[in-house]
Design a protein around this ligand. Structure first.
Ligand code: MF3
Ligand code: CO
Ligand code: CO
Length: 320
Protein backbone atom coordinates (compact mmCIF):
# COMPACT_ATOMS: atom_id res chain seq x y z
CA UNK A 1 0.00 0.00 0.00
CA UNK A 2 3.06 2.27 -0.21
CA UNK A 3 2.25 3.77 3.19
CA UNK A 4 -0.69 5.81 1.96
CA UNK A 5 -2.29 7.82 4.79
CA UNK A 6 -6.00 8.02 5.57
CA UNK A 7 -6.15 11.68 4.51
CA UNK A 8 -3.91 11.33 1.43
CA UNK A 9 -5.55 11.42 -1.97
CA UNK A 10 -6.66 7.93 -2.97
CA UNK A 11 -4.34 6.04 -5.28
CA UNK A 12 -7.15 5.50 -7.79
CA UNK A 13 -7.08 9.13 -8.94
CA UNK A 14 -10.62 9.93 -7.75
CA UNK A 15 -9.38 13.00 -5.90
CA UNK A 16 -11.09 11.78 -2.71
CA UNK A 17 -9.31 11.10 0.55
CA UNK A 18 -8.09 7.53 0.75
CA UNK A 19 -10.30 6.83 3.78
CA UNK A 20 -13.37 8.02 1.85
CA UNK A 21 -12.49 6.01 -1.23
CA UNK A 22 -10.62 2.70 -1.60
CA UNK A 23 -9.41 2.13 1.98
CA UNK A 24 -12.23 -0.21 2.98
CA UNK A 25 -12.03 -2.16 -0.25
CA UNK A 26 -8.27 -2.53 0.16
CA UNK A 27 -8.71 -3.68 3.76
CA UNK A 28 -11.13 -6.39 2.63
CA UNK A 29 -8.56 -7.51 0.14
CA UNK A 30 -11.24 -7.81 -2.53
CA UNK A 31 -10.51 -4.69 -4.51
CA UNK A 32 -7.70 -4.19 -6.97
CA UNK A 33 -4.22 -3.74 -5.57
CA UNK A 34 -2.46 -0.51 -6.39
CA UNK A 35 -0.70 -1.93 -9.37
CA UNK A 36 -3.82 -3.41 -10.94
CA UNK A 37 -6.24 -0.48 -10.69
CA UNK A 38 -7.09 1.51 -13.77
CA UNK A 39 -5.60 4.99 -13.46
CA UNK A 40 -6.36 8.04 -15.55
CA UNK A 41 -3.95 8.46 -18.48
CA UNK A 42 -3.38 11.47 -20.69
CA UNK A 43 -6.31 12.53 -22.86
CA UNK A 44 -5.17 13.62 -26.31
CA UNK A 45 -6.39 16.67 -28.23
CA UNK A 46 -9.90 16.77 -29.64
CA UNK A 47 -10.11 15.08 -33.05
CA UNK A 48 -11.37 17.15 -35.96
CA UNK A 49 -14.54 16.37 -37.88
CA UNK A 50 -14.56 17.57 -41.52
CA UNK A 51 -16.87 20.50 -42.23
CA UNK A 52 -19.05 18.54 -44.69
CA UNK A 53 -20.28 16.20 -41.93
CA UNK A 54 -23.64 17.35 -40.45
CA UNK A 55 -23.28 18.01 -36.72
CA UNK A 56 -25.75 17.92 -33.84
CA UNK A 57 -26.54 21.26 -32.20
CA UNK A 58 -24.19 20.72 -29.24
CA UNK A 59 -21.14 19.84 -31.34
CA UNK A 60 -19.44 23.22 -31.20
CA UNK A 61 -19.77 24.04 -27.54
CA UNK A 62 -23.53 24.59 -27.79
CA UNK A 63 -26.05 23.37 -25.24
CA UNK A 64 -27.80 20.05 -25.61
CA UNK A 65 -31.32 21.03 -26.75
CA UNK A 66 -34.15 18.94 -28.20
CA UNK A 67 -34.03 18.73 -32.01
CA UNK A 68 -37.26 18.99 -34.00
CA UNK A 69 -38.87 15.61 -34.61
CA UNK A 70 -39.33 14.21 -38.09
CA UNK A 71 -43.05 13.64 -38.73
CA UNK A 72 -43.05 10.58 -41.01
CA UNK A 73 -42.75 7.34 -38.98
CA UNK A 74 -41.52 5.29 -41.97
CA UNK A 75 -38.78 7.83 -42.69
CA UNK A 76 -37.78 7.90 -39.02
CA UNK A 77 -37.49 4.11 -38.96
CA UNK A 78 -35.47 4.05 -42.19
CA UNK A 79 -33.04 6.64 -40.84
CA UNK A 80 -32.73 4.93 -37.45
CA UNK A 81 -31.97 1.65 -39.21
CA UNK A 82 -29.17 3.34 -41.18
CA UNK A 83 -27.64 5.12 -38.18
CA UNK A 84 -27.80 2.00 -36.01
CA UNK A 85 -26.30 -0.26 -38.67
CA UNK A 86 -23.45 2.23 -39.10
CA UNK A 87 -22.90 2.31 -35.31
CA UNK A 88 -22.67 -1.48 -35.20
CA UNK A 89 -20.19 -1.50 -38.11
CA UNK A 90 -18.01 1.10 -36.41
CA UNK A 91 -18.14 -0.85 -33.13
CA UNK A 92 -16.88 -3.94 -34.99
CA UNK A 93 -14.02 -1.90 -36.49
CA UNK A 94 -13.03 -0.61 -33.05
CA UNK A 95 -13.24 -4.11 -31.57
CA UNK A 96 -10.97 -5.49 -34.30
CA UNK A 97 -8.22 -3.13 -33.07
CA UNK A 98 -8.35 -4.43 -29.46
CA UNK A 99 -5.03 -5.98 -28.54
CA UNK A 100 -2.60 -5.84 -25.63
CA UNK A 101 -0.37 -2.77 -26.01
CA UNK A 102 -2.91 -0.72 -27.99
CA UNK A 103 -4.06 2.44 -26.21
CA UNK A 104 -7.71 3.34 -25.83
CA UNK A 105 -6.84 6.57 -27.68
CA UNK A 106 -5.80 4.47 -30.70
CA UNK A 107 -9.23 2.79 -30.58
CA UNK A 108 -10.72 6.29 -30.45
CA UNK A 109 -8.83 7.13 -33.66
CA UNK A 110 -10.10 4.04 -35.47
CA UNK A 111 -13.69 4.63 -34.36
CA UNK A 112 -13.52 8.37 -35.15
CA UNK A 113 -12.42 7.58 -38.69
CA UNK A 114 -15.14 4.93 -38.96
CA UNK A 115 -17.88 7.48 -38.27
CA UNK A 116 -16.46 9.97 -40.72
CA UNK A 117 -16.03 7.38 -43.48
CA UNK A 118 -19.81 6.81 -43.23
CA UNK A 119 -20.65 10.53 -43.24
CA UNK A 120 -21.48 10.50 -39.53
CA UNK A 121 -20.51 12.59 -36.50
CA UNK A 122 -19.24 11.06 -33.22
CA UNK A 123 -22.29 11.68 -30.99
CA UNK A 124 -20.22 11.77 -27.79
CA UNK A 125 -17.79 14.45 -29.07
CA UNK A 126 -18.76 17.65 -27.26
CA UNK A 127 -21.85 16.05 -25.71
CA UNK A 128 -22.14 17.86 -22.35
CA UNK A 129 -18.42 18.50 -22.88
CA UNK A 130 -17.33 14.87 -23.37
CA UNK A 131 -13.93 15.12 -25.11
CA UNK A 132 -13.71 11.96 -27.26
CA UNK A 133 -15.45 9.97 -30.00
CA UNK A 134 -16.44 6.94 -27.96
CA UNK A 135 -16.37 5.68 -24.38
CA UNK A 136 -13.78 3.04 -23.42
CA UNK A 137 -14.39 1.43 -20.02
CA UNK A 138 -11.70 -0.92 -18.71
CA UNK A 139 -12.03 -3.49 -15.87
CA UNK A 140 -13.64 -1.77 -12.86
CA UNK A 141 -14.74 1.19 -14.99
CA UNK A 142 -18.51 0.79 -15.31
CA UNK A 143 -19.09 3.26 -18.14
CA UNK A 144 -18.18 6.67 -19.63
CA UNK A 145 -14.43 5.98 -19.57
CA UNK A 146 -12.50 8.54 -21.65
CA UNK A 147 -10.06 7.13 -24.23
CA UNK A 148 -6.52 8.02 -23.17
CA UNK A 149 -2.87 6.99 -23.27
CA UNK A 150 -3.34 3.79 -21.22
CA UNK A 151 -2.34 0.73 -23.22
CA UNK A 152 -4.66 -2.26 -22.93
CA UNK A 153 -3.07 -5.20 -21.13
CA UNK A 154 -3.65 -8.92 -21.57
CA UNK A 155 -6.30 -9.98 -19.07
CA UNK A 156 -8.20 -6.65 -19.22
CA UNK A 157 -11.82 -6.40 -20.23
CA UNK A 158 -12.85 -3.30 -22.18
CA UNK A 159 -16.24 -1.92 -23.14
CA UNK A 160 -16.44 0.13 -26.34
CA UNK A 161 -19.54 2.33 -26.46
CA UNK A 162 -20.05 3.72 -29.94
CA UNK A 163 -22.67 6.29 -30.94
CA UNK A 164 -22.99 7.85 -34.41
CA UNK A 165 -25.10 10.81 -35.55
CA UNK A 166 -26.07 10.08 -39.13
CA UNK A 167 -28.87 11.53 -41.27
CA UNK A 168 -30.18 13.39 -38.23
CA UNK A 169 -30.45 10.31 -35.99
CA UNK A 170 -28.33 8.74 -33.26
CA UNK A 171 -27.49 5.01 -33.18
CA UNK A 172 -25.96 3.69 -29.94
CA UNK A 173 -24.41 0.31 -29.08
CA UNK A 174 -21.70 -1.17 -26.92
CA UNK A 175 -20.05 -4.45 -26.01
CA UNK A 176 -17.40 -5.61 -23.57
CA UNK A 177 -14.44 -7.55 -24.98
CA UNK A 178 -11.59 -9.59 -23.55
CA UNK A 179 -8.03 -8.39 -24.17
CA UNK A 180 -6.02 -11.51 -24.89
CA UNK A 181 -6.59 -14.27 -22.40
CA UNK A 182 -8.85 -13.37 -19.44
CA UNK A 183 -9.56 -15.16 -16.16
CA UNK A 184 -12.63 -17.45 -16.04
CA UNK A 185 -14.51 -15.18 -13.60
CA UNK A 186 -14.25 -12.26 -16.03
CA UNK A 187 -15.30 -14.46 -18.97
CA UNK A 188 -18.39 -15.49 -17.01
CA UNK A 189 -19.20 -11.85 -16.17
CA UNK A 190 -19.10 -10.98 -19.89
CA UNK A 191 -21.26 -13.95 -20.86
CA UNK A 192 -23.91 -13.35 -18.18
CA UNK A 193 -24.07 -9.59 -18.86
CA UNK A 194 -24.71 -10.20 -22.55
CA UNK A 195 -27.34 -12.82 -21.69
CA UNK A 196 -29.00 -10.35 -19.31
CA UNK A 197 -29.19 -7.73 -22.08
CA UNK A 198 -30.73 -10.25 -24.49
CA UNK A 199 -33.28 -11.36 -21.87
CA UNK A 200 -34.19 -7.71 -21.31
CA UNK A 201 -34.65 -7.28 -25.07
CA UNK A 202 -36.84 -10.40 -25.26
CA UNK A 203 -39.08 -8.90 -22.57
CA UNK A 204 -39.93 -5.96 -24.89
CA UNK A 205 -43.62 -6.38 -25.85
CA UNK A 206 -46.01 -3.58 -26.82
CA UNK A 207 -48.58 -3.00 -24.09
CA UNK A 208 -46.38 -4.36 -21.30
CA UNK A 209 -44.96 -2.00 -18.65
CA UNK A 210 -41.36 -0.97 -19.25
CA UNK A 211 -40.47 -2.47 -15.83
CA UNK A 212 -40.63 -5.92 -17.49
CA UNK A 213 -37.21 -5.23 -19.01
CA UNK A 214 -35.47 -4.54 -15.72
CA UNK A 215 -37.23 -7.43 -14.08
CA UNK A 216 -35.79 -9.89 -16.62
CA UNK A 217 -32.28 -8.40 -16.40
CA UNK A 218 -32.16 -8.27 -12.63
CA UNK A 219 -33.46 -11.85 -12.24
CA UNK A 220 -30.63 -13.17 -14.44
CA UNK A 221 -27.96 -11.08 -12.71
CA UNK A 222 -29.13 -12.08 -9.25
CA UNK A 223 -29.27 -15.77 -10.17
CA UNK A 224 -25.54 -15.51 -10.99
CA UNK A 225 -24.62 -13.51 -7.89
CA UNK A 226 -23.95 -10.26 -9.78
CA UNK A 227 -24.98 -6.71 -8.96
CA UNK A 228 -27.00 -4.47 -11.31
CA UNK A 229 -25.90 -0.83 -11.51
CA UNK A 230 -28.91 1.36 -10.77
CA UNK A 231 -27.39 4.78 -11.24
CA UNK A 232 -27.36 4.66 -15.08
CA UNK A 233 -30.14 3.48 -17.35
CA UNK A 234 -31.16 2.88 -20.95
CA UNK A 235 -32.91 5.68 -22.78
CA UNK A 236 -35.12 6.72 -25.64
CA UNK A 237 -33.08 7.76 -28.69
CA UNK A 238 -33.69 9.25 -32.12
CA UNK A 239 -33.21 12.85 -33.26
CA UNK A 240 -31.67 13.34 -29.79
CA UNK A 241 -29.07 11.17 -28.04
CA UNK A 242 -30.95 10.75 -24.77
CA UNK A 243 -34.75 10.91 -24.58
CA UNK A 244 -37.59 9.47 -22.53
CA UNK A 245 -38.39 6.79 -21.61
CA UNK A 246 -35.83 5.80 -18.98
CA UNK A 247 -35.12 2.09 -19.22
CA UNK A 248 -34.22 0.77 -15.76
CA UNK A 249 -32.13 -2.40 -15.62
CA UNK A 250 -33.65 -3.53 -12.31
CA UNK A 251 -37.26 -4.06 -11.26
CA UNK A 252 -39.08 -0.97 -10.07
CA UNK A 253 -42.87 -1.39 -9.89
CA UNK A 254 -43.26 2.37 -10.41
CA UNK A 255 -41.87 2.08 -13.96
CA UNK A 256 -45.36 1.64 -15.40
CA UNK A 257 -44.80 3.44 -18.73
CA UNK A 258 -46.30 1.13 -21.35
CA UNK A 259 -44.01 -0.08 -24.12
CA UNK A 260 -45.53 1.17 -27.40
CA UNK A 261 -45.10 0.15 -30.99
CA UNK A 262 -42.86 2.62 -32.82
CA UNK A 263 -40.69 3.50 -29.81
CA UNK A 264 -36.88 3.62 -30.12
CA UNK A 265 -34.84 3.00 -26.99
CA UNK A 266 -31.67 1.33 -25.72
CA UNK A 267 -31.20 -1.56 -23.32
CA UNK A 268 -27.71 -1.35 -21.78
CA UNK A 269 -27.33 -3.21 -18.48
CA UNK A 270 -24.16 -2.93 -16.39
CA UNK A 271 -23.47 -5.93 -14.16
CA UNK A 272 -20.85 -6.02 -11.41
CA UNK A 273 -18.86 -8.87 -9.90
CA UNK A 274 -19.23 -7.20 -6.48
CA UNK A 275 -21.20 -4.19 -5.26
CA UNK A 276 -22.97 -2.06 -7.92
CA UNK A 277 -22.19 1.17 -6.04
CA UNK A 278 -20.01 3.59 -8.00
CA UNK A 279 -17.60 6.49 -7.63
CA UNK A 280 -16.83 9.11 -10.27
CA UNK A 281 -13.30 10.19 -11.14
CA UNK A 282 -12.40 13.89 -10.95
CA UNK A 283 -12.78 14.04 -14.76
CA UNK A 284 -16.52 14.11 -14.03
CA UNK A 285 -17.23 11.17 -16.37
CA UNK A 286 -15.43 7.94 -15.52
CA UNK A 287 -17.65 5.81 -13.25
CA UNK A 288 -15.86 3.01 -11.40
CA UNK A 289 -17.14 0.39 -8.99
CA UNK A 290 -16.63 1.61 -5.42
CA UNK A 291 -15.18 -1.76 -4.41
CA UNK A 292 -12.80 -1.96 -7.38
CA UNK A 293 -14.28 -5.20 -8.71
CA UNK A 294 -14.98 -5.60 -12.40
CA UNK A 295 -18.06 -4.47 -14.32
CA UNK A 296 -19.36 -5.27 -17.81
CA UNK A 297 -21.93 -3.67 -20.10
CA UNK A 298 -23.66 -4.51 -23.38
CA UNK A 299 -26.00 -2.21 -25.32
CA UNK A 300 -28.32 -2.32 -28.30
CA UNK A 301 -30.69 0.25 -29.79
CA UNK A 302 -34.16 -1.21 -30.46
CA UNK A 303 -37.28 -0.42 -32.42
CA UNK A 304 -40.53 -1.70 -30.94
CA UNK A 305 -42.50 -3.58 -33.60
CA UNK A 306 -45.92 -5.26 -33.35
CA UNK A 307 -44.54 -8.45 -31.80
CA UNK A 308 -41.54 -7.13 -29.91
CA UNK A 309 -38.11 -5.60 -30.34
CA UNK A 310 -36.22 -5.28 -33.59
CA UNK A 311 -32.51 -4.94 -32.71
CA UNK A 312 -31.26 -2.12 -34.94
CA UNK A 313 -27.59 -2.44 -33.96
CA UNK A 314 -26.99 -6.06 -34.97
CA UNK A 315 -23.39 -6.69 -35.95
CA UNK A 316 -22.26 -6.80 -39.58
CA UNK A 317 -22.64 -10.61 -39.31
CA UNK A 318 -26.33 -10.12 -38.43
CA UNK A 319 -25.78 -11.28 -34.84
CA UNK A 320 -26.35 -9.41 -31.58
N1 MF3 B 1 -23.24 6.00 -25.30
C1 MF3 B 1 -23.59 6.29 -23.93
C2 MF3 B 1 -24.95 5.70 -23.71
O1 MF3 B 1 -25.10 4.56 -23.93
C3 MF3 B 1 -23.58 7.75 -23.65
C4 MF3 B 1 -22.26 8.37 -23.65
S1 MF3 B 1 -22.45 10.02 -23.40
C5 MF3 B 1 -20.89 10.56 -23.11
O2 MF3 B 1 -25.92 6.32 -23.38
F1 MF3 B 1 -20.99 11.82 -23.06
F2 MF3 B 1 -20.45 10.01 -22.04
F3 MF3 B 1 -20.11 10.19 -24.09
CO1 CO C 1 -23.99 3.85 -25.53
CO1 CO D 1 -27.06 4.42 -24.60
Amino acid sequence: MRGIGANDPCWCGSGRKYKKCHRDADAQGGGPRNAAAVRPGTVGPRRAVPAHIPRPGYADGGKVRPAPRLADPAERLARMRRACRAAAEVLAEGAARIQAGVTTDEIDRVVHEGYIARGGYPSTLGYHGFPKSLCTSVNEVILHGIPDSRPLAAGDIVNLDVTIYLDGFHGDCSATYPVGEIDPASARLLRVTKEAMLLGIEAVKPGRPISDIGRAIEAHATAHGYGVVKAFCGHGIGEDFHLDPQVLHYFDPRARTPIEEGMFFTVEPMLTAGSPEHLTWPDGWTAVTADGKRAAQFEHTLHVGRDGAEILTLGPDGRP
